[in-house]
Design a protein around this ligand. Sequence first.
Ligand SMILES: C[S@@+](CC[C@H](N)C(=O)[O-])C[C@H]1O[C@@H](n2cnc3c(N)ncnc32)[C@H](O)[C@@H]1O
Length: 284
Amino acid sequence: MLDILQNILADPSDKGNLIWNEERQVAHNPRLGLDYPFQNGFFHLTKGEAGKSPIFSKPNLGISKARYEGLAEWYDSVMQDGQNRGDLANSAYSILRSLLGKGEGIVLDIGCGTGLAAEISKELGYEPIGVDLSQDQLRIASKRLPVVLGDSAELPISDSSVRSAYSTFTTTDWENLEKSAKEIFRVLAPGGRYVDIGVHPCFYGAFSEPLSEGEILQKPGYNQSRFVEPNILKGTVRSKVGAWHRPISDVINTFLSAGFKLIKVVEGGQGDLPQLLALSLLKE
Ligand SMILES: C[S@@+](CC[C@H](N)C(=O)[O-])C[C@H]1O[C@@H](n2cnc3c(N)ncnc32)[C@H](O)[C@@H]1O
């Protein structure tokens, strides 16, 4: 599997601000004739601090990474617990199954977390490769799929090198959705597809509070894209890590502005009001 991953890893000299992480353990990439940083079972290829040397400088992973560090075991278990986030996760993965459909070859799982969606893409015939910013999450994910430490906004993947990609529950976590959408577009080959599944910004977002009996209290604040701090949010995961709120038009238009064609929209989840928004997108 490492060979497959080596074939699509970016040459950091093509991407000025990707760096070797501090770790000096390496795995040789015969395709590029380069030694890639490799530690704890995965490659490390993250963004450097602005203005610093791209080689062996200190990584600047920002708040996104820090927010998920130390939560991996907890996150992995609540996402599989039907009494907790498990039902929502299962609904998302079943939408993923239908939108991705059967296929083959590499599929990128961007913001893979602990790699819970890998089982679905493997079942469909793909070879998933995960990218995530959290070493802690990747520690668990690496037992489920080959992974690389990297940022969705600076993907450590070569141009036009994959035909399929997906991401689940991440549009509320990616700090820079615009850059991430452009990066996903860049790494897909023409004809490549991307499936994005996240919590529904209108009915399950930072400004929607589920009440009893399926009712939702809508609070002011929906129209503005911004990061909402964990202490003012309810919800299993978001009350620990906070959430990037973006109105539905911002989410969709961001992918369209990156160059994608929208093929299908699915609203799903349990109950009457949709908890999930799924987009199937094409790079023509
Ligand atoms: C809610 S979890 C979703 C994990 C997984 N996709 C799932 O279905 O359970 C969000 C994940 O996005 C990762 N993440 C946040 N910002 C990221 C970024 N800029 N690039 C890559 N991963 C990021 C976090 O580390 C975390 O593992």
